[in-house]
Each structure stands twice: as C-alpha cells, then as structure tokens.
Design a protein around this ligand. Structure first.
Ligand code: NDP
Ligand code: MG
Length: 383
C-alpha cells in the first residue's frame, strides 16, 4: 500500500512512520509533507525514500531541492502542493496529520479523490464536518479515525442503530486538580506537560483547556452521524479506557490500551486486519484503579462552548475553531493568560453572526472572520 503522510514531522507523523517501519512488506511511503521543518523532513526522506516531499511554508530553494534529490525525492513548495500530493494517483492512503485549519483543504482533497483517509486532523471535521463526510461518501473514500477516542468508538461499534450513547473519555489534562485560582498564572510549559500523552503543543494546550474534548464531540457528531445529545464526556485520568459505546440493552463496550498513539494508528493503517503497533501491552494485574468523574464546567468552560457551537450549527464550529487557534497561539507566545483562552473564544462566537456552511468558501470566510475578531479580542485583553 502506498501511503502519503501530511504532517510527517509532527507527533502523529513520526508515530505513523514508526508503525510503518515495522511493516516494510505492507507499506511504501509515497510522499511526506511538513510546514517548515526542512532538516527533519530531509532526515525522514533519507530513511523512507518517498518520491515526493512538500514544505508548505517555505519559499522555493534550489539548494533544498538538490538536498532532497539525493534521496530520489522531488521537493515541492507551498500550500497548494499539499493538495497535489493528497490527490496523487500514486498513493491509496493519506494520513491527514497536519495540525489545525491548515489541514482542511488537503484532507478534503484526499476525500474527494476517493482515498482511504486516516484522520488525525480533527479540525477539518470540526470546521467542515458535513462537507467532508459528504465528499467522502460521494467519492467512495473511507474516513478512518486516528484520534484515540474515535478510533476506540469505531472499534466498539457493531450495531449503530442500537446505540444509546457514546462516552468520550478525557484525561482532564495537567490542571484537573489544580486550584482554580492558580489557572490564571499557568505557563505554556506547564500546559504542554500532559500527564499521559506526548503530543504537539497545540493539542496539548487544547487538552489542558478541554477544548480538545469539545472539538472531539463535534468530530464524533460527524464521523458517526450521531445527535449531539448522545455524545457524552467523562474524565478518566488514567487514559486507559479510550472511549465507550452504550447500547440500548445496557451493554457498555470499551476499548483499552496503554496511552500510545501507535495503537489507533496501527488500527487505522491495518483495518480491517490487525497489525503490530510496537505499543507495550496492557498489564491488567499491574494496573491501578480506573476512575471516572464528571467534568467541572467552571474549570473547563471550553467544553460547553463547543457544545453550543455544535448546537448553533452552520459556520459556528469553524468560528470556534479559528478563535481557539488564535487564542492558543497567543497563549503559547506569552501574549494571553491561560484562562482568557475561553473568554476570547466566547467573545468571538458572540460577535460573529451565524451563517450556513454551504461550501468550502463559506467555511473559509467564517474561519477568516473568526481569526480577525479573536485577534482583536487578544489585543484588547493585552492592552
Ligand atoms: P504537531 O504539532 O506535532 O505536528 C504538526 C505537523 O503539521 C508537523 O508536521 C507540521 O510541520 C505540520 N504543519 C503545521 N502547520 C502546517 C501548515 N500550515 N501546512 C502544512 N503542514 C503544517 O501536531 P500533532 O502531531 O500533535 O497533531 C496533528 C493533528 O493530529 C492535530 O490535528 C491533532 O489534533 C491531531 N491529533 C494528535 C494527537 C497526538 O497524540 N499528537 C492525538 C489525536 C489527534 P512542521 O514540523 O514543519 O511545523
Ligand atoms: Mg483524542
């Protein structure tokens, strides 16, 4: 199988290549794409020899092209090149692992081209869930969830019409038990120090605010075509149960593993077969108690914001996502206190009027408007 990885230099990209390297007989790496980590991408090309590489955020350079050519790799530049490799007939499988809204166009292109899309880039479904799932359906593309919770739900689903609810688990992040009054002063380094997972900086902050779970509720709504009221969130600090499906007869089916993204990645890569992931097996007898608790709305206001954007519908989830990206960037750059992330998102959602998400340009316009208003909110708070 020929596999293209968008976001190859990131946390998910590298874990994917780790799994792929365990199965040289099954997978051939077709193309690898990143934003600007040219050295890291070059190293990956040395190891995996793709025919094409992309640097989406770098100006064309003859020197770089020559360096990649040494490994038989043609180097392309610019955001359009992401769509080009996503569509390329020389790959059947696309791992969509770019972070944020920047991943939407290429994920949509892969779906429209009828690829098997391994979906890590949850922001694409948050922004354009109906468009993306419709495009996949029309083109006969398969969307396979890589996000651990959605992958778990997918593994537990056997009879969708008999589902009473699905329960997405959340670790609660690094500040689950911190005093509420201490949250104003937390640093980016503290927010990125996730207790159970090692991830990129944006999703780490999303986990600390629990916007990550909010985005995942919206992701689940479109991926499994379920009404929002049937999607629940429960805090499970050990991150061993990755999510659960409850059926109308009262049965609750869960998927368990150690917190290692190679498990859902290997599941999506191998599906419907099972392949080795390299993850450490779960030792049940060595495991401490598994606990579950209700999320505290005062501590995690972002969760309610996501449910309300989903209820509003149209372009509201795209605005929510845009405002979150702007606020998280500002927090990571030291320009916004942690607790103001939710405030910026809430103010932005109030300021942007609702609109239908009829096509990609309507979604992108809402994304742009959300970014503009959120940036102004950040500035006003810094003043
Ligand atoms: P990282 O920050 O570790 O990696 C992001 C990747 O995307 C890098 O390869 C980066 O390239 C590339 N990238 C960033 N911006 C652009 C852009 N504008 N154009 C092209 N490429 C770009 O992120 P993660 O791997 O943690 O997350 C990736 C996605 O997977 C996110 O949507 C996240 O929500 C989702 N996810 C991640 C999980 C995890 O455990 N990490 C778990 C579940 C979902 P460069 O290195 O050049 O900047
Ligand atoms: Mg997740």
């Amino acid at each position: 199988m020929n596999l293209t990885i968008l976001g190859a230099t990131g946390s998910i990209g590298k874990s994917t290549l780790d799994v792929v390297a365990r199965h040289p007989d099954r997978y051939r790496v077709a193309a690898l794409a990143a934003h600007s980590s040219s050295d890291a991408l070059l190293e990956l090309c040395r190891a995996h020899r793709p025919h094409t590489a992309v640097l989406a955020g770098v100006a064309p350079s003859a020197r770089l092209c020559a360096a990649f050519r040494e490994f038989g790799t043609e180097l392309l530049f610019g955001a359009e090149a992401l769509e080009h490799v996503a569509l390329d007939s020389r790959c059947e499988v696309v791992m969509a692992a770019i972070v944020g809204a920047a991943g939407l166009a290429s994920t949509l292109a892969a779906a429209r081209a009828g690829k098997r899309v391994l979906l890590a880039n949850k922001e694409a479904l948050v922004m354009a869930g109906p468009l993306l799932t419709h495009a996949a359906h029309q083109a006969g593309a398969t969307l396979l969830p890589v996000d651990s919770e959605h992958n778990a739900v997918f593994q537990c689903l056997s009879n969708a019409s008999a589902v009473r609810r699905i329960i997405l688990t959340a670790s609660g992040g690094p500040f689950r038990a911190a005093p509420l009054e201490a949250l104003d002063a937390v640093t980016p380094a503290q927010a990125c120090a996730h207790p159970n997972w090692v991830m990129g900086p944006k999703i780490s902050v999303d986990s600390a605010t629990m916007m990550n779970k909010g985005l995942e509720v919206i992701e689940a709504r479109w991926l499994f075509d379920l009404p929002p009221a049937t999607i629940e969130v429960v805090i499970h600090p050990q991150s061993i149960v990755h999510s659960l499906v409850e059926y109308i007869d009262g049965s609750l089916i869960a998927q368990l593993s150690n917190p290692d993204m190679r498990v859902p990645i290997a599941h999506a890569l191998g599906y419907p077969e099972r392949i080795a992931s390299g993850a450490r097996p779960l030792d049940l007898t060595a495991m401490k108690a598994l606990s579950f608790e209700r999320p505290d709305e005062r501590r995690f206001p972002c969760l309610r914001l996501a449910y309300s954007a989903l209820e509003r519908g149209g372009t509201a989830p795209a605005v929510l996502n845009a405002a979150n990206e702007v606020a998280v960037d500002a927090f990571l750059a030291g320009r916004l206190p942690f607790t103001s992330i939710a405030r910026v998102i809430s103010e932005t959602l109030e300021a942007v009027p609702g609109a239908p998400a009829a096509d990609l340009s309507a979604v992108m316009a809402a994304d742009e408007q959300g970014r503009r208003i959120a940036a102004a909110c950040v500035l006003a708070r810094a003043a």
